[in-house]
Design a binder for this molecule. Structure first.
Ligand code: AMP
Length: 283
């Protein structure tokens, strides 16, 4: 496994594979890897000749009051994990390597970058789309893998690839969960033990709403109220502070009142100081 930190070097390394018509799979991450990331890596390993994983905590996608500085990092551990997964190339650029001068070009995917997480994280998806576009230009993969856990991000990247004609196939991967339903996330490491105990209620609330939907309830308001009831139950200690509960069209991410086509039910909530997101597809 090659660990590469410079753009020029990874370009040189991958050029040889590209000329040999080897299929390149790419998994962009911010590191502190867990089994959710590994589901993407394993799918890439299965589909492609060459697997490239990037680890880059992108300053451009964090707001000034967000957790950029304290975001969990453990390069040595990540490299050990990736080595065991038979990854070919790990790209770990510094912020200076990615942004040697102030970035003046940005990718902003209209409409899809409005509402949901962006209401609470202004500029976040502009930072995500911009860094992913840069990474795509650096790695030039045939296929790139993204998790459904970050559903709005996935839809934004898919649209970016279509509208900017990146010759890259985007493959979505189902959310990987802990034994108790908690969606795996690097940020779960922030949770204190009492906070971790209430975290399963997020998926529980989503699942209850899904059951209600499967039983015939199509009204978004009623489904969202069901979720809110569970999350804001007085018996939860510590409490879960809901940021949003939304039901949107699964492709356009437009708000809907009635679930008649495939839809996403998405939540963002704070447990203590930790912001968690999760979602479920209704279809
Ligand atoms: P991150 O390191 O959080 O930027 O995530 C890197 C990639 O892994 C993104 O495409 C995420 O959507 C994906 N991912 C993160 N957590 C999960 C999970 N629990 N299940 C599936 N994919 C995930």
């Amino acid at each position: 496994m090659k660990v590469i930190r410079r753009i020029e070097e990874i370009r040189k390394e991958l050029k040889v594979f590209r000329q040999g018509r080897r299929k390149i799979g790419f998994v962009p991450t911010m590191g502190y890897l867990h089994d959710g990331h590994l589901a993407l890596v394993r799918k890439a390993r299965n589909d492609c000749d060459i697997v490239v994983v990037s680890i880059f905590v992108n300053p451009l996608q964090f707001g000034p009051a967000e957790d950029f500085k304290r975001y969990p990092r453990d390069e040595r551990r990540d490299l050990n994990i990736l080595e065991k997964e038979n990854v070919d190339v790990v790209f770990i650029p510094s912020a200076e390597e990615m942004y040697p001068e102030p970035q003046l070009v940005f990718v902003y995917v209209e409409k899809l970058s409005e509402g949901m997480c962006s209401t609470f994280r202004p500029g976040h998806f502009r930072g995500v789309a911009t860094v992913v576009a840069k990474l795509f230009n650096i790695v030039q993969p045939d296929i790139a893998y993204f998790g459904e856990k970050d559903y709005q991000q996935l839809k934004i990247i898919e649209k970016m690839v279509r509208d900017l004609n990146f010759p890259i196939r985007i493959v979505p991967i189902k959310t990987v969960r802990e034994y108790d339903g908690v969606a795996m996330s690097s940020r779960n490491a922030y949770l204190m033990s009492d906070e971790r105990k209430v975290a399963p209620f997020i998926y529980k609330a989503l699942s209850e709403a899904e059951s209600l939907f499967q039983a015939g309830e199509k009204q978004a308001e009623i489904l969202k109220n069901k979720v809110r009831e569970t999350l804001e139950s007085k018996s939860l200690n510590p409490s879960i502070k809901v940021q949003y509960i939304e039901i949107r069209d699964a492709e356009t991410l437009e708000e809907i009142d009635e679930v008649n086509t495939k839809a996403v039910l998405a939540i963002a909530a704070y447990i203590g100081n930790t912001r968690l997101i999760d979602n479920i597809i209704l279809e």
